[in-house]
Design a protein around this ligand. Structure first.
Ligand code: ADP
Length: 369
């Protein structure tokens, strides 16, 4: 049996709210948080009042509807949670009006150097004279505070335009926020999807990002609720996909690209970055050893007709720079500095091309019918 959200929604349409003559989906009581994991299904039902007298019976009816209309093997017990409707927060039409370009940095799998690329790209853009914001949305493994050497920073609040806003931390000219500034790593790991999404939204809506040319969002690897929250919260200009040349990484990069280009997300892919493209020993900078295979990223880019924005070698200093809190792109004249400089100028060129040839992105509105 293959479970998918619409199957759940159809089953829940059989559940009527007592006295309303309508089902719970029509009444907008189904939260946008259906999670399917094998046979296990989780979601929330939203009740107008926290002490709704039908709370228990509606949850029970939802459970029965799923077991009856989909199958008794679905694991649902205890997985339906009740939420109380909160007063809707007035959401300004455009959340970051002073941000010119919003760029998602994504990867198909973890460990390919996505955060390393995001950090160095941000620094290279600052060096080119752009105003840059960087949001660490890798909520389950935030690594940017360490890469910028600001793990102990605690952003302060400031009253701006009558609102209490979080002020991003500034390091090397980059304005940075990360969930890592607010919770410790072990707590973030056990967060449920909705909690993580809400925290992420808050880092966008309740922070003083101000004027930025490029707002980079370092996403979690693969696909996640955060990806959907991002495109529902902001109009994303384009996505950059980071991969390594191995077959497994390329296969996952392909999936990430089709997710961005798919109807649900619909964000243009600006190009690929091939990280760990070859190994170069510090003492023989002109030698290249293709440890993970040669030009895998380049071939994938050609096949998908998307630009190859950069090729970054494996160099010890990249790893050390990440650990020491000093991204290698700070040294513009080093091999790695030049590689990131090239990447940043290719990205700027692609963004300009995209903005000249394609209508501005829109936020994605997802509704259940
Ligand atoms: P991701 O964000 O994809 O999980 P990270 O950026 O955290 O990956 O990188 C994983 C590890 O690989 C880090 O220790 C990082 O310093 C190292 N790393 C990334 N890119 C390179 C590179 N080009 N050369 C050497 N080490 C690298």
């Amino acid at each position: 049996m293959n479970l998918y959200p619409n199957l759940i929604i159809e089953a829940l349409k059989k559940v009527r709210y007592p006295g309303a003559g309508k089902n719970i989906v029509e009444l907008g009581m189904l939260a946008d948080d259906i999670r399917i994991d094998g046979k296990q299904v989780r979601f929330s039902i939203v009740f107008e009042k926290p002490n709704d007298p039908f709370r228990k019976s509606v949850i029970k009816a939802a459970e029965t509807a799923i077991l009856t209309y989909i199958g008794p093997e679905v694991e649902i017990k205890g997985n339906i949670t009740a939420q109380s409707k909160q007063a809707p927060r007035p959401e300004p039409k455009n959340l970051l009006p002073q941000v010119k370009n919003i760029i998602a940095i994504a990867s198909g799998k973890g460990g390919v150097g996505k955060s390393t690329v995001a950090a160095n790209l941000a620094v290279a853009l600052v060096q080119a004279g752009y105003k840059v914001g960087l949001l660490d949305a890798d909520i389950y493994g935030p690594s940017l505070p360490k890469m910028f050497g600001v793990e102990d920073a605690r952003p302060h609040m400031e009253t701006i335009g009558g609102r209490e806003l979080i002020v991003p931390v500034e390091k090397y000219g980059v304005h940075l926020l990360s969930i890592g500034f607010f919770v410790n790593r072990d707590d973030a790991l056990v967060w449920r999807g909705t909690m993580a999404s809400n925290a992420f939204k808050q880092l966008i809506a309740d922070a003083h990002w101000g004027e930025q040319d490029y707002f980079l969002v370092d996403l979690p690897p693969g696909t996640s609720d955060i990806h959907l929250t991002l495109v529902q919260t902001l109009a994303v200009t384009g996505a950059i996909i980071v991969t390594t040349p191995q077959e497994v990484a390329l296969a996952d990069a392909r999936k990430a690209i089709s997710m961005f280009m798919g109807e649900k997300v619909n964000v243009p892919v600006l190009g690929l970055v091939e990280n760990m493209a070859w190994f170069t020993p510090a003492e023989w900078p002109e030698n290249r050893y293709y440890i993970f295979g040669k030009e895998g990223g380049k071939h994938l880019a050609e096949e998908l007709q998307t630009p190859l924005l950069g090729e970054i070698p494996i160099v010890r200093s990249i790893c050390e720079g990440g650990d020491d809190g000093a991204p290698v792109a700070l040294d513009e004249s080093s091999i790695t500095g030049l590689a990131f400089k090239q990447l940043s100028s290719n990205m700027v060129e692609q963004v300009n091309y995209r903005n000249a040839h394609r209508a501005a992105s829109q936020r994605v509105i997802i509704k259940h019918q």
